[in-house]
Design a protein around this ligand. Structure first.
Ligand code: NAD
Ligand code: DAU
Length: 339
């Protein structure tokens, strides 16, 4: 297998690089990554020097760069995306270029280069909010509500079109909220953990009763691998572990694990269009034999410990250009916050 991992310097992509090199001893891995603010070569330090690993800096929306990186590849997994909902509200144009046009460029190159399997990494957000106790199934209508979710839904439709029109053996995975080491500290868990460790406020949007189902990054990777190996081209597979939690429950657990002052928790004005609940039905993936392995309590504890022990990874991020984003996103909100 010669595997192109687009977006392999990001959070889940870099975990999948490590996973793929372990799981498939004959596999050669090529990472194509633009190294945006979210991409970090340090995420790949542990595989640097491995002869089956190659890194190419490039843009998935650039046809020549995408084709050159994909040349000779039998398999493609596309993680590359603008992934933060709050930023997608600030800059939808960047999101559409990478998440929609970038995916189309990769798909077309995959057709021309006769790739054996193309897997698009998508998200539960494409279904929009799901009322309890229902869980979204793969055939459900797409009702995305943020620019990020709409762009991912558009890419999913494009994947379906490339399968139907050009016969590309393409699959889609729709994963739940993922957490673990090396996650850029703009997302709730790493932001709140690093803020807690620094004695800074934890800015909870409104009542914090929104519900997400948390998936450990290693479980997300093993789900994607199972689908790449055993999934049926043209099909969509939900990936979720059954760890449904209200945000406030996660926040209370972080306060306890980080050992910070409960008074740091602040309720701030909401994210526009904030989806109340995501939940997935995963019967289809489980029929392939996949099971999650990481209980949420253990996974969250290990994640907090990882951030405690890896300040050298996140401190340079939080003291760099991230500061401008943080100020823009939270300064006014925190000024209006309540305990
Ligand atoms: P991330 O933001 O940590 O990493 C994204 C990576 O893509 C970065 O390395 C970035 O440099 C790269 N990238 C961005 N634009 C690019 C471009 N034009 N060309 C090449 N590379 C580019 O993201 P993540 O959280 O690891 O998410 C990976 C994928 O999984 C995304 O497609 C996301 O939609 C999906 N997903 C994420 C979650 C989650 O909770 N994090 C859940 C479900 C699905
Ligand atoms: O559901 C899968 C999706 O999960 C992925 O497709 C996205 O790439 C990923 O970013 C994530 O999206 P969310 O918007 O759910 O994740 P985030 O960590 O930004 O927010 C999780 C919850 O926490 C959500 O209800 C919003 C809330 N939140 C988030 C931030 C950043 C807060 O209350 N305060 C915050 O400061």
């Amino acid at each position: 297998m010669r595997l192109l991992i687009a977006g392999g310097a990001g959070f889940i992509g870099s975990a999948f690089v490590r996973f793929a090199l372990r799981r498939w001893p004959e596999c050669e891995v090529i990472v194509l990554d633009k190294l945006t603010y979210a991409g970090n070569p340090r995420n790949l330090d542990s595989v640097e020097g491995e002869r089956r690993f190659h890194f190419v800096q490039g843009d998935i929306a650039d046809d020549a760069q995408a084709r050159s990186a994909m040349s000779g590849c039998s398999h493609v997994v596309n993680f590359a995306a603008e992934t933060h909902v709050d930023r997608s509200i600030l800059h939808p144009e960047v999101v559409v270029r990478t998440n929609v046009e970038g995916a189309r460029v990769l798909l077309h190159a995959a057709v021309d280069l006769d790739v054996e399997r193309y897997l698009q990494v998508s998200t539960d957000e494409v279904y929009g909010p799901i009322d309890a106790p229902r869980r979204a199934r793969e055939e459900d209508a797409l009702r995305p509500r943020s620019p990020y979710a709409a762009s991912k839904a558009a890419a999913d439709l494009m994947v379906g079109a490339y399968h139907a029109t050009y016969g590309l053996p393409a699959l889609i995975t729709r994963g739940a909220n993922t957490y673990g080491p090396f996650q850029y500290p703009e997302k709730m868990i790493p932001l709140f953990v690093t803020n807690a460790l620094d004695g800074l406020p934890l800015p909870v949007y409104t009542d914090g009763l929104q519900v997400r189902d948390w998936l450990a990054v290693d479980d997300h990777c093993s789900g994607i691998a199972a689908i790449l190996e055993h999934g049926t081209p043209g099909e969509i597979y939900n990936v979720e572990a059954g760890n449904e939690r209200a945000n406030m429950d996660v926040v209370e657990a972080i306060v306890e694990l980080a050992g910070c002052d409960r008074g740091l928790v602040r309720h701030v004005p909401d994210r526009p269009g904030h989806d109340r609940r995501y939940a997935l039905n995963t019967e289809k993936l489980r029929a392939l034999g996949w099971r999650p392995r990481v209980p949420f309590d253990t996974g969250l504890r290990d994640t907090v410990e990882w951030y405690r022990e890896h300040r050298a990874w996140w401190e340079p991020i939080k003291s760099g250009s991230f500061r401008d984003y943080y100020r823009h996103q939270y300064e006014q909100r925190l000024a209006e916050s309540v305990p």
